[in-house]
Write a protein that binds this ligand. Structure first.
Ligand SMILES: Cc1ncc(COP(=O)(O)O)c(C=O)c1O
Length: 393
């Protein structure tokens, strides 16, 4: 490998949400954090160099996006996802994807409106429904032929019952499913038929292996494009979570104007200069780093699968098709919900995202982030094994 993903980078003492919050969040500093969705790898050298070069200019005033920025975004969407987006359709949300989704949800719906969300799901994506006083209508995913998929009958019934919007993460957080084009087409057609606007979070779309190609909603046809908002970001693929930014595709002129107006009112239009610099470097020169990071994480997933099967069979790995997240089925352990989370924290000293945070369907599950050096992953697994061995299973 050209890049080093094996050597641990010490992130403690860098104001890291993942590594510097053990005491505050879990009451102990000695846990291996496998929770927050960022990577423990150094960024691509081309990004680090570009940011350093920009930092050397000593004025960090307001910045403005110019044509090279738009070209980088459009070039990436075309090259990586085959989506030749019209520049006119682009909008931007420096605070990030969740901010953009929340703004759009409030534009599209009023208090009490029904919003359809396949579950389990990344919690901010359904929290925003209830916290804005909208009615959350859950559509539980089903387990079919060895993987999660949509319950299409349920989606039809709930879309027909007056849902105003659908919120989808694609690829899926937390299960790691990379939805097929056929699945996405069926969801989109149901929404079109019943007048449901689609809010599509594709933040994880860059981090998928070639064996499971991602289909962006942008490829599902002009009619689908006009009835959806698609959110992209360099954050997950290139590990830029601390730099904000999101690219939004909104083909409907009226909705795009209203979205931009909301951003203008709150003065949230201008990007972070380091974010802009990093995005341009990532999208124009970062692809080989990304491909190697994906390959390394795929090896981590294989290593995890082997370890669990041989040494902790009570924990079942749900095959993760993309993203660096894996969904662990702990049904065979005697704990659920918070008790499961606390068992792992206090006995294994490993911090996960507890499954219940993603909805009640996740009660017996843990979400693990495997974007870390193999030595960190192995250490976490050894600690989990020792903790599980003490249980009367
Ligand atoms: C599915 C999904 N959407 C959005 C986010 C957060 O995005 P942002 O920081 O751009 O709001 C995350 C972060 O983990 C995520 O997993």
């Amino acid at each position: 490998m050209k890049y080093d993903f094996d050597t641990p980078v010490d992130r403690r003492g860098t104001d890291s949400f993942k590594w510097d919050t053990g005491q505050d969040y879990f009451g102990r500093d000695d846990v291996i954090p496998m929770w927050v969705a960022d990577m423990d790898f150094a960024c691509a050298p081309c990004i680090v160099e570009a940011v350093k070069r920009r930092a050397e200019h000593p004025v960090y005033g307001y910045a403005v996006r110019q044509q090279p920025y738009f070209d980088a975004v459009m070039g990436w969407l075309k090259k990586r996802h085959g989506f030749a987006v019209d520049q006119e359709y682009l909008a931007f949300a420096p605070p990030g994807v969740i901010y953009a989704m929340n703004v759009m949800l409030r534009i599209l719906t009023i208090s009490g409106d029904r919003v359809l969300v396949p579950m389990p799901n990344y919690d901010p994506l359904f929290d925003m429904v209830t916290r804005n006083g909208r009615k959350l209508v859950e559509s539980p995913l089903i387990w079919q032929d060895g993987r999660y998929t949509f319950d299409f009958k349920d989606l039809v019934a709930k879309a027909a019952a007056g849902a105003k919007a659908l919120i989808l993460s694609s690829p899926h957080n937390p299960t790691g499913r990379v939805w097929t084009r056929e699945e996405l087409d069926r969801v989109a057609q149901i929404c079109l038929r019943h007048g449901v606007f689609m809010l599509i979070d594709e933040i994880h779309c860059d981090f998928v292996p070639k064996s499971h190609p991602h289909t962006t909603f942008g490829l599902l046809g002009e009619e689908v494009l006009r009835r959806s908002m698609i959110c992209y970001s360099a954050n997950k693929g290139f590990n830029l979570g601390g730099l904000g930014m999101a690219t939004i595709v909104l083909a409907d002129d009226d909705l795009r104007c209203r979205f931009n107006e909301e951003m203008a009112v709150a003065q949230t239009r201008l990007d972070n200069i380091f974010g802009m610099t990093a995005l341009m470097a990532a999208y124009t020169r970062g692809e080989d780093w990304l491909d190697q990071a994906i390959a390394y994480v795929e090896d981590n997933k294989r290593c995890l699968a082997r370890f669990l099967a041989q040494r902790i069979p009570a924990i079942r790995l749900i095959p993760s098709e993309g993203t660096y997240l894996v969904w662990l089925d702990c049904t065979a352990l005697p704990y659920r919900g918070m008790a499961l989370e606390h068992f792992m924290l206090n006995e294994a000293k490993v911090a996960f995202c507890a499954g219940y945070e993603f909805g009640e369907q996740g009660d017996a599950f843990l979400r693990m982030n495997v974007a870390c050096p193999r030595s960190t992953l192995t250490q976490a697994l050894v600690q989990m094994e020792a903790a599980v061995q003490k249980l009367p299973l």
